[in-house]
Design a protein around this ligand. Structure first.
Ligand code: PEP
Ligand code: MN
Length: 339
């Protein structure tokens, strides 16, 4: 349930409500809105008279039970869009954020070149995988800590924040020393221990939709992170598995407006993994923005033909610059601005 405090409620009122909730066995999380504080409380709502007595406490405006299985993630817990600040970049709200970079960090030169090209094209955040969850154990698995150091260098040189994927608790704790956003990929969307560990740190988490996950399962995965105390979750639609084999996955764009209705969290789109085809990345990027996405994560490689992973879906540097030029026209048309 959500306890909505009234605009004039004092700090003491909020503390008293928190204490009462804790006594009743609820886990609480304050959600600061523009005008007021609401307290998300997760626990057994059948506890005798809990609802009744809470509603009488000073400063409490109303108690809203949440019927959905996800609570803190839901729009009912927070009416306004969550905006996540990463350095000077905002993700969510009115802004559209573009993340670009190679699938994997392959060498210092490759990543630094890509980072400069992303910056030059007007991208806001750099991506690059240092831990790669590959289908085959014989494929390139990533440069691990050396890759993280290179990402850090790319960030320092360009002044842009970086995101990298983590695949277990070891890589999570290592990566948080080097990067600004931690990605939990499609293959780990239901790695519940990893989700809980991500909930216990104070860094934004980019949570991709599992390739066979329903929207409810995806939002429940986000709830795992939020229920541990980390409210900085960015959702990413990256295509789901269907009977269609002509594209790598099927980009579920209807998920974007639907998830934005169900949740206050920002939603971005990855048209690279969704389509697997560089030529489809531009049209699906524009469609994603038109559908209400808060941003894009795009694979771009200085020389896609030489990429160690996902070359066919990687934009060239010129392709990224061209896409950015199109976004400059599309983004204002949907009432947003490029971050
Ligand atoms: C990636 O972003 O490099 C990646 C592996 O994505 P996904 O988890 O969506 O497959
Ligand atoms: Mn990739």
């Amino acid at each position: 349930m959500v306890i909505v405090m009234n605009i004039r409620s004092s700090k003491q009122d909020i503390e008293a409500v928190n204490k009462r909730l804790a006594d009743l066995g609820f886990r609480t999380q304050a959600i600061q809105g523009v005008k007021r504080i609401v307290i998300g409380a997760v626990g057994d709502e059948n506890t005798a008279d809990s609802l009744l007595c809470l509603g009488q406490m000073p400063g409490v405006e109303k108690i809203v039970p949440i019927m959905k299985p996800y609570k803190l993630v839901s729009r009912e817990a927070r009416e306004e869009d969550t905006v996540i600040n990463v350095g000077n970049v905002k993700i969510g709200g009115e802004s559209v954020t573009v993340i670009g970079g190679p699938c994997a960090v392959e060498s210092r030169e490759q990543l630094l070149t890509a980072a400069r090209q992303v910056k030059e094209a007007g991208g806001h955040i750099i991506r690059g995988g240092a831990f790669k969850p590959r289908t085959s154990p014989y494929s390139f698995q990533g440069m691990e800590e050396e890759g993280l150091k290179i990402l850090r260098e790319g960030s320092l040189e360009t002044g842009l924040p970086v995101v990298t994927e983590v695949i277990d608790e070891y890589s999570l704790h290592l990566a948080m020393e080097y990067v600004d956003i931690l990605q939990i990929g499609a293959r780990n969307m239901q790695n519940f221990r990893l989700l809980k560990a991500a909930g216990q740190i104070n860094k934004p988490i980019l949570l991709k939709r599992g390739m066979s996950a329903t929207i409810e399962e995806w939002l429940m995965a986000a709830e795992y992170i939020m229920s541990e105390g980390n409210g900085q979750v960015i959702l990413c639609e990256r295509g789901i598995r269907t009977f269609e084999t002509a594209t790598r996955n099927t980009l579920d764009l209807s998920a974007v407006p639907l998830v934005k209705r169900l949740s206050h969290l920002p939603v971005i789109v990855d048209p690279s993994h969704a389509t697997g085809d560089r030529q489809l990345v531009m049209p699906m990027s524009l469609a994603a923005i038109a559908s209400g996405a808060d941003g894009l994560i795009l694979e771009m490689h200085p020389e896609p033909s030489k990429a160690l992973s996902d070359g066919p879906q990687s934009l060239t540097p010129e392709g990224l610059a061209d896409l950015m030029a199109h976004l400059h026209r599309i983004v204002p048309a949907v009432g947003k601005y490029l971050a």
